[in-house]
Every structure is written in structure tokens, then in C-alpha cells.
Ligand binder design. Structure first.
Ligand SMILES: [Zn+2]
Length: 164
């Protein structure tokens, strides 16, 4: 299937539709603000699927390199993105809210007739970013703490998904 900027979520999922392409980083405005440079592209693949409980979902794979800014020396640092997530579609926000909080549950996303592919890509990329990026063994780095690499946003994934 050729590139479409909008998809009908349930239709795309149940048809097992597929689209892939490359998205320029400079066309992802919310993500761009978090980067040292908006050069480059992210390769994406979106595929209609079902989760292990048979619920329609979207499988989103992303690959590419983003230029983050090291929070210690403030120089650019490359960050490899390699995401492969299944987003289980929900018919309503109430359905998402009713689900018990479970860190191992798949991410939910509110289905729509016109879901912007860009938002799916951009939201997922934002979730992939480390909270406080630092060069490994940064030249400016003394007393670096490994525990700072654990993102405090990990528990917010579900909340972010629910905002659409
Ligand atoms: Zn650094």
C-alpha cells in the first residue's frame, strides 16, 4: 500500500494493511524541539495486526538516528532508534481508562477514522527518547550515575497514549 498521511484505524487493522516509508525528522515539530539537529529521516513501517487477545492493533516499527543533546557537555550525541511496538486500538477513551494499570499490557491508542500517521510516529519516537541523554563516558562526565538512565516517563506511556 502506498503512503497515506491518514489511516482509518480499525479498517487498517482488520484489513492487515501495510505502509512503509521514510519520515523527515524536520517534519516532526514536537520531536524537533527536543533534538540538537533535525537532520535525517526515520524509516517506519505500519502494519494492521491483532494482539494475542485478538484485538485489532497497529504494529509500528521505527528505525533511524536522532541527534540528541548531551545533558552534561551540551554537545550533540547520536541516538539509535529501534522501536517495534503493537498499539492496541480502543474504540473510546473510556475503554482505555477502564483498563487496569499494568506495565506489561500493550500500549493502547484511541482509534479514529482519520488517524495521522505522523502523530503515531512522533508519539512513539518521543517515548523512545531517554529522559536525560548523556554520552557514555562523556568527556565532561565525572560521577555519572547509571540510575539516571532509567526514564521516569516509563510509567507515563499509557497516559500519553490516551490523549488522542
Ligand atoms: Zn557529553
Amino acid at each position: 500500500m502506498s503512503h497515506q498521511p491518514l489511516i482509518d484505524g480499525f479498517e487498517f487493522a482488520t484489513a492487515g494493511a501495510r505502509q512503509k516509508g521514510r519520515w523527515p525528522v524536520r517534519e516532526l515539530p514536537r520531536l524537533r524541539d527536543m533534538l540538537a539537529s533535525d537532520a535525517g529521516e526515520i524509516a517506519y513501517e505500519l502494519e494492521g495486526t491483532r494482539d494475542e487477545r485478538g484485538r485489532p492493533g497497529l504494529r509500528l516499527s521505527l528505525q533511524g538516528t536522532l541527534e540528541l543533546r548531551c545533558q552534561r557537555c551540551l554537545e550533540p550525541m547520536p541516538f539509535e532508534v529501534g522501536a517495534d511496538e503493537v498499539l492496541v486500538l480502543a474504540a473510546s477513551q473510556a475503554e482505555i481508562d477502564a483498563e487496569p494499570a499494568d506495565a506489561h499490557a500493550p500500549d493502547r491508542v484511541l482509534a479514529g477514522k482519520e488517524m495521522p500517521v505522523r502523530d503515531l510516529i512522533e508519539d512513539q519516537l518521543i517515548l523512545e527518547l531517554p529522559y536525560a541523554p548523556r554520552h557514555e563516558g562523556c568527556a565532561a562526565g565525572a560521577g555519572q550515575r547509571a540510575d539516571e538512565r532509567i526514564s521516569p516517563f516509563a510509567g507515563l506511556r499509557g497516559l500519553m497514549r490516551g490523549k488522542h
